[in-house]
Write a protein of this length. Structure first.
Length: 152
């Protein structure tokens, strides 16, 4: 079908010993369109100053990717239904826990707040669009974590 890639680039600073684990986890994600995203481990996982708090961490990116995938399918199905979407904002949350000795994101809750142009659709149609978007989302279909959608 298709394949997707990204470059993940990290380089040790000359002043860092490395074997003492006191090295920066800051790195860059480079995508095929040329965009570069500053990334790092989460400060919740690797303490400051070895993590870079303002950079995107893999856990945040995981949650954002699931949210983005759901949104794109929702917009597609809403357009097919003749709806006009003026604004879509999702304050998604991922919950990380230990299960059987392994740390994992066990649940992602999507909380889309959708603003419609024209007439507000009924709650049944909104629920159906979110259900269809969730079922179609490639990423939600690819993970073991529970992914929950709670429209605002």
């Amino acid at each position: 079908m298709s394949s997707f890639g990204a470059e993940v680039i990290w380089k040790r600073k000359e002043s860092e010993i490395f074997t003492d684990r006191r090295y920066s986890r800051g790195h860059v994600w480079r995508f095929d369109g040329g965009i570069e995203v500053p990334a790092s481990s989460s400060p919740h996982v690797v303490p400051l100053p070895y993590s870079v708090a303002e950079n995107v961490d893999p856990e945040e990116a995981f949650v954002a990717a699931l949210s983005s995938c759901h949104m794109l399918f929702f917009l597609h199905f809403a357009s097919d239904a003749g709806l006009v979407i003026d604004h879509y904002c999702d304050a998604a949350i991922g919950k990380m826990e230990k299960v059987d000795g392994k740390t994992m994101i066990t649940k992602v809750t999507l909380r889309p707040d959708v603003r419609y142009g024209g007439t507000q659709p009924d709650v049944d149609l909104i629920a159906d669009l979110h259900h269809r978007a969730h079922e179609a989302c490639f990423l939600a279909n690819s993970v073991k974590s529970e992914v929950v959608v709670e429209p605002v």
